[in-house]
Design a protein around this ligand. Sequence first.
Ligand code: BES
Ligand code: ZN
Length: 854
Amino acid sequence: MKDAAPETAPETFYLKDYTPFGFEVQSVELTFRLAPKATRVLSRIHFAPKPGAANPEFFLHGEQLTLISAAVDGAPVTPTLTEGGLTCDVPDRPFVWEAEVEIDPQGNTALEGLYMSNGMYCTQCEAEGFRKITYYPDRPDVMSTFRVRIEGDEPVKLSNGNPTASGAGWAEWHDPWPKPAYLFALVAGDLVNHPDSFTTMSGKEVELNIWVRPGDEGKCAFGMEALKKSMKWDEDVYGREYDLDIFNIVAVDDFNMGAMENKGLNIFNSSCVLASPETSTDANFERIEAIIAHEYFHNWTGNRITCRDWFQLCLKEGLTVFRDAQFTADMRSAPVKRISDVIDLRARQFPEDGGPLAHPVRPEQFQEINNFYTATIYEKGAEVIGMLKRLVGDEDYAKAVTLYFDRHDGQACTIEDWLKVFEDATGRDLSQFKRWYSQAGTPHLKVSEDYTDGTYTLTFEQSTPPTPGQPDKDPRVIPIAVGLLGPNGDEVCATRVLEMTEAKQSFTFDGLAAKPVPSVLREFSAPVILERDTSNAERAFLLAHDTDPFNRWEAGNALAREARVAMVLEGAAPDADYLDALQKLLRDDSQDPAFRALVLSPPSQSDIAQTLFERGHAPDPQKIFDAAETFAQTLAQQLADSLPRLYADTTVSGAYSPDAISCGKRDLNGRILSLLTRLDGGQQAARQYEDADNMTQQYAALACLLKAEKGDAQSQAFFDQWKGDRLVMDKWFALQIASAAPETAASVARDLTQHDLFTLKNPNRFRAVMGALAGHHAGFHHASGAGYRLLAENLIALDKLNPQTTARMCAAFQTWKRYDADRQALIRTELERIAGTEGLSRDTTEMVTRILDA
Ligand code: BES
Ligand code: ZN
């Protein structure tokens, strides 16, 4: 043979190629005979050709299955096994398909399909994992009821729906709601439950359980309260009631994602549900509350109404993120939630949208769908819904969503269906708005102003840079919430939503006695990059007077960024006016502590790098790091006299509670402690470490001490105290790296990969180490290239076991074009090393190829 056959290029799937499946699935019966290395799965499925579909192809997905036998209407058949599944001749009328397959849960390190975690069986089927369990049309538009029988010695055996019968060594479940296979779940193991119940709005009693490994019972109470609050909130706000007799949550230690919304049987990464004051930080509690809500809310937005195909992923994820954000805003502080979400959007989605991985909120093609569970689908997808709500108003939003549930309950839908209910409910034409779903890239919004004879004019110009495959962009509909302040700080024009539809457009405000100061894009009313020539004086004015808390924070954030940029580029000293404004705010007890903490938290170093890049400079990560240090040191010195009192005033005493007020206070307190540590050499932090009776304070103190290089003893003590708790050890691993100096971060991380407790098999542990490395901006991007090298080596090693988690972590390289030629060359070498690895997974291949194509 002349040329070795090239490895088959990964197939690309296109939205435009959508064709419905030719058969209906009327019911599914599954029997599982559990055994770690050889589980048998028996399936019995009623198929019927769809009317009008002439001789449709009978193709069932299947991967990594050993087919034992198959039959049609009871008669043995020999299907043709193909790449990725099988085909078979079937009759031209309804028939029963039966198959028996064998699978190997123990050998399943990809954590997709049926796998084992600490001796427990569990499943993860979204997006395309069910095909690793049995042969099936594994696509979300094929929906069916499921009956499941589980045979095994495990004391607890769970599946979707309601339990119907059980006996020694077996249990049966029935899910009456037709669902796609990606919502299938099975769990079996030695588990204990934290039980409770909930009475729905129509008076139905629902049994609730959180199932955990023995020993974790004490960490369920908070999650259970969050679940009940979520159930109540979805009834109150969206009129959505739960629809089964039982709702189970299971905590699993080895899990690729945060959690999964399987019908009636949510499976959670244990880090996203287990909580106790001693082992979890405030941030953990807040995340758990949000993620329990998120998965629960999917019961309607995702499960009852699901996606026609995976290109429509944002239909369920964007909407459900939007809903969980509303929930958190209601449970906690709305401004604080909004500010945190925008920080997150800018940190994760903007770089994605401006780099080689940019894709529309509704992508039109993919190779591996697992690579599209992105910040764009989730966070920008949620922003798009927020814009829609702002444009149509709260009342019409409620009308449209109710119509969505009425019209589409039980269906597999598209973005077109979603937009149509808004068009029908409001009479609006949303064809231009739809560009938010089809065009990638973050719009830049340039603002200019004019004040003549009492009339104030704001002129906006929008433009979106090219993204991969999309060189030209059309103008989008942008809701711009604007308010105006008078020279004395009073609001002279309350918030008004300007609806921009043109590439360039002006809006006027009449009858103004003096030139106002505009507060533009209040509440961050659209995910755009605002460009406006303004002064630090005006920013300080807004920080002091704006009635919109988001824009007050935004003004402070802009001041911080400008100060930092000037330090990096001009070697300037920390801006005196900004330091002054910060001090005032810090002492202002009338302001929410959580808000003060947010204003006090500096823009991330990666954020500064992005800003420098946008202004035409190759960012120097070390200089950015140094500027951050200098700034914090200067702030600490200026505040020296008041820090001890501020620390005392913000210290939360009494029994630990993760409520919003206490969390906000502890957040502020932690930031003050880190400033104080710069002056007192760690004395206060050491005291706090000793006295702490909760993880938030223990961890904050340890972080300060390690940063000051004064924490060796405490770090050892922490390790000894918590070495038996996997979730706390993840924190310990991450903190070693986060607190390291830039020049040592990579070697600290390398040593940790040799630690007895490091393992590639647990995604949380891998992320603790490699995520912390990638998140240490100056350490990861250190000129030696050691950070790049270490990450690449570990990605290559992990890819053999777990392609999904490997591929997601490749995104650490997506910003590589920001940096100088030397760093780019180092990164290219590593990307090519990964790309050239033999047997590299489809997941990772797609990611590194797209990043390299930048
Ligand atoms: N459906 C997803 C979980 C998922 C993601 C399964 C990717 C398979 C592949 C779930 O609803 C989800 O979105 N989880 C998020 C957390 C949520 C709060 C945004 C996660 O796991 O990070
Ligand atoms: Zn989700």
